[in-house]
Write a new protein. Structure first.
Length: 153
């Protein structure tokens, strides 16, 4: 069969070439999509300092973005457990309450360095107004939130 188009028809050989090219494009798009999906840490920027780590973590928690909150969390088993519990409590809230948390602002009361790599961060949010203190640690030149000594007044 000749590989020429005539009167709007094409040969099987032409169809196989088109199908092969389409499959290659689809494969490349899927591969790229998988790479982006698997590398979701790149969506978040490392905290510049302790205050940035605290603000990013708290904002993500108030917004219900626990993937982002986890990025700023010191990832030991106790912290993971505590954050999972926070997420479960957040997930059980009604839509109106979730919106109030999302609309809340963070009011920082005190940022106190205990040493060059441990900071206490005291704040409240304008929705609940409970004063809360978290610790922020510098580990391997990265600032991360530690919930183990989480204090709520």
């Amino acid at each position: 069969m000749p590989a020429e188009l005539s009167a709007g028809f094409f040969t099987f050989a032409d169809a196989n070439v088109i199908q092969s090219e389409s499959m290659k494009r689809l494969f490349i798009i899927l591969l790229f999509g998988c790479g982006v999906a698997c590398n979701n840490d790149s969506n978040f920027k490392k905290a510049e300092d302790a205050q940035d780590a605290g603000r990013q973590f708290i904002r993500a928690s108030l917004d219900g973005n626990y993937e982002k909150a986890r990025f700023y969390l010191y990832a030991d088993s106790t912290n993971q457990f505590l954050l999972d519990r926070w997420k479960k409590n957040y997930d059980n809230l009604n839509t109106d309450e979730k919106n109030k948390y999302r609309d809340a602002e963070i009011v920082v009361l005190n940022i106190h360095p205990l040493n060059d790599s441990v900071i206490t961060y005291q704040y409240y949010n304008t929705y609940k107004k409970d004063t809360t203190t978290i610790k922020i640690l510098r580990i391997s030149q990265e600032w991360l939130v530690d919930l183990k000594e989480f204090i709520k007044y």
